[in-house]
Design a binder for this molecule. Structure first.
Ligand SMILES: [Zn+2]
Length: 141
C-alpha cells in the first residue's frame, strides 16, 4: 500500500506545477493510424479540433509517464482528448491535466484493480497483486 501515496504525490506535482503562466485548453485527436495507438517510438502529436482558429493544427505534446501511458493505451485509440497545460517556448504543449471527451463531457482515465480496490493512473499490472487492471473512464464531477 505504501506505493499508492508515492503515485498520488507524483501526480499532484504533475497536475499543479509551481510555475505561473497562462494555462490553456486544447482539444483534438492524436496523430496515429486509424484505430491504432500512436507509435511508441515517436513523440505524441495532437491534431487539434474545435480549438478556435486552430483546427487541424499539429501540436507536439509533452507529458509525464502517466499521461504518456494513457495516451498510448491502445484501448483509447481514436478518442478525442482535452488537455489543460501550457505552450513552451519551442511550441510544444506540456500537459498538466488530460481528459477523454465523450459526448463533450470530460472523463478522467483511471485503472482499477478489483482485487485490491486500488486506482492507478497508468495502464499495466496492479502494483499490489500484479493482476491486470481495468480501464475506466470516470465522468468529471
Ligand atoms: Zn491488485
Amino acid at each position: 500500500m505504501a506505493g499508492v501515496s508515492v503515485v498520488a504525490a507524483a501526480l499532484l506535482c504533475a497536475v499543479f506545477p509551481a510555475q505561473a503562466g497562462e494555462v490553456q485548453i486544447i482539444r483534438g485527436r492524436l496523430a496515429a493510424e486509424a484505430g491504432q495507438a500512436p507509435p511508441e517510438d515517436k513523440p505524441l502529436v495532437l491534431i487539434s479540433s474545435r480549438t478556435r482558429g486552430d483546427n487541424g493544427k499539429k501540436v507536439t505534446l509533452a507529458g509525464d509517464e502517466f499521461s504518456e501511458g494513457q495516451l498510448r493505451d491502445p484501448r483509447l485509440a481514436g478518442r478525442e482528448w482535452e488537455f489543460e497545460g501550457k505552450f513552451a517556448a519551442d511550441g510544444n504543449f506540456t500537459i498538466y491535466k488530460l481528459f477523454t471527451l465523450k459526448e463533450d463531457k470530460r472523463h478522467r482515465v483511471t485503472y482499477y484493480c478489483e482485487v485490491c480496490h486500488i486506482y492507478t493512473h497508468e495502464p499495466g499490472r496492479c502494483m499490489c497483486c500484479q493482476d491486470e487492471t481495468e480501464l475506466q473512464e470516470i465522468p468529471e464531477e
